[in-house]
Design a protein around this ligand. Structure first.
Ligand code: LFR
Length: 486
């Protein structure tokens, strides 16, 4: 009987969790065993507040979560780690040389300009870069962060680069590898070859020897180090398995449908809006629309666009709470749904919303400068944010269809955002397409299923994994409303 249990470690930019997945050919049960907060750590850097990840605290929470997981399910056979993308640790002799930077750190924007000039000096244009790596421009793509590390001298003291999940896998298993879905977000992987692009790496003046050997999601990485196994009191051997270690890659595994005519929105801190393809689209129009071709599990392509996501709302809530205005999210969303009359629809993708800090006043300034109605209350801000996100989602879906020629007749909205009924309804109405909401824990489910397939608990293509998800987690359906007033 192939039934068994695996543990998924899923680290998001605002929280992390350890989940148990019990899987058999017709069974998929997910339970949460540990949750912990995550967030930027601000440290003085010669007078500049630099943003880092508290990666050792995260690791401590992961180990504690795994100990709880093993206590609850002593038969765990495998563990897999996924996290947000692009960020990395620099190592020397197996040790961290500095705390990993947070992708919202201010060093990225100037560094991206510098990297572009460096490429231009070798005769490489933005179009050449897109033809090589297929990535949308985001100022924090790892290649730009590496430019900053090159200038500061940090690369000179490093012998290895490990992306966040690869770092945790190294601490858990001792193996030094780069999982391919997440490696695709560095900007250093060829979009067709899906191997490190030596030509691009040379043009950027980066040391190629920093980059570990690539492995694919589904490959076993090793077993837990004896020291870790005894720390978590594992009763038996536990394999560390590579999953789609980019959280979005794992989420896309768990789209609850085996149909081809669907799009996905994986909505948490970020909202990733797009379709799955078998080959990349690197046309000029895809580049100008800022669509990315990230690597998916089983060699698929995640053709998508990053929309700012629930960050706009959570950072607003943080601001109000700092100002002494306690927020009950359920109540706030009910008030936002009841707002009548025009609210501003702003460009949720505007880079001015990227950094941490007072979000409501940035939104107000944005609206004032463009003669849009300026929201006044938290309810109006919330409504304006959700309308703007839904508008960006609808545009992203329409563009994904146009640019790829992949017909879309239904949208799967997954992740934390799928619990936001107003957002789901507005997305259906603005896109004119039905929205199927859920599962909330799509990322952990995708992480679990890839491990389960490697362990032989399930077999088959992504489509058969997805139909198991669809049978287990029935989505909630939202139809487009006839009028914009819902
Ligand atoms: C989502 C995500 C996005 C990536 C952003 C930054 O959690 O991984 O896919 O663009 O975070 O890493």
């Amino acid at each position: 009987h192939p039934a068994g249990t695996v543990a998924a470690v899923d680290l998001g930019a605002t929280s992390g969790r350890v989940m148990l997945g019990h899987v058999a050919p017709n069974e998929l049960r997910i339970t949460s065993v540990a949750r912990f907060a995550n967030g930027p750590l601000q440290l003085n850097e010669n007078g500049r507040p630099a943003l880092h990840w508290n990666i050792v605290e995260l690791y401590r929470n992961v180990v504690a979560g795994l100990a709880t997981a093993v206590a609850a399910a002593p038969d765990i056979r495998s563990v897999g780690v996924d996290s947000w993308a692009v960020d990395y640790a620099l190592m020397r002799g197996g040790r961290l040389t500095q705390l990993p930077y947070h992708y919202r750190d201010a060093r990225c924007l100037p560094a991206s300009d510098q990297a572009h000039s460096r490429l231009a000096a070798t005769g490489f244009t933005a179009a050449d870069l897109y033809a090589a790596n297929g990535l949308q421009f985001l100022p924090f793509n790892s290649l730009y962060q590496l430019e900053a590390d090159g200038v500061s001298g940090s690369l000179e003291t490093a012998d290895t680069l490990l992306l966040i999940p690869d770092l945790l896998n190294y601490w858990l298993s001792g193996a030094v590898v780069a999982e391919r879905t997440n490696a695709s977000t560095t900007g250093l992987l060829g979009v067709h070859s899906r191997t490190w692009d030596d030509d691009l790496i040379t043009r950027l003046g980066l040391p190629a020897q920093l980059l570990p050997p690539l492995i694919d999601a589904g490959e076993p990485i090793g077993t837990l180090l004896p020291s870790v196994a005894s720390e978590i009191q594992a009763p038996g051997e536990i394999t560390v398995t590579a999953v789609g270690s980019h959280d979005t890659a794992s989420a896309v595994v768990a789209v609850p449908s085996d149909r081809d005519d669907c799009a996905y929105i994986s909505c948490g801190t970020w909202a990733l809006v797009g379709v799955e393809l078998n080959s990349p689209v690197v046309s000029d129009s895809a580049r100008l629309a800022n669509f990315t071709n990230e690597g998916g599990v089983d060699g698929r392509v995640r053709f998508l666009h990053n929309v700012m996501g629930l960050w706009l709302l959570s950072e607003s809530v943080r601001t109000w709470e700092r100002e002494g205005l306690p927020i009950d999210l359920t109540e706030l969303l009910a008030q936002a749904a009841a707002v009548r009359g025009q609210v501003a629809v702003f460009d949720a993708d505007d880079p001015c919303f990227l950094s941490p800090g007072d979000m409501p006043s940035r939104i107000a300034t944005y609206c004032r400068e463009r003669d849009l109605p300026v929201p006044r209350t938290p309810a109006e801000f919330t409504r304006s944010i959700l309308e703007s996100l839904a508008d960006a989602f609808a545009r992203g879906i329409a563009q994904a269809e146009d640019l790829s020629g992949h017909p879309i007749s239904v949208i799967h909205l997954m992740g934390g955002g799928s619990q936001n009924r107003l957002l789901c309804q507005l997305t259906a109405t603005r896109s004119g397409l039905p929205v199927l909401a859920g599962p909330v824990e799509a990322t952990a489910i995708g992480n679990v299923l890839v491990q389960a397939r490697t362990a032989g608990m399930v077999t088959g293509s992504l489509e058969s994994l997805r139909s198991l998800v669809a049978r287990t987690f029935e989505p909630i359906r939202y139809e487009p409303a006839r009028s914009m007033a819902q």
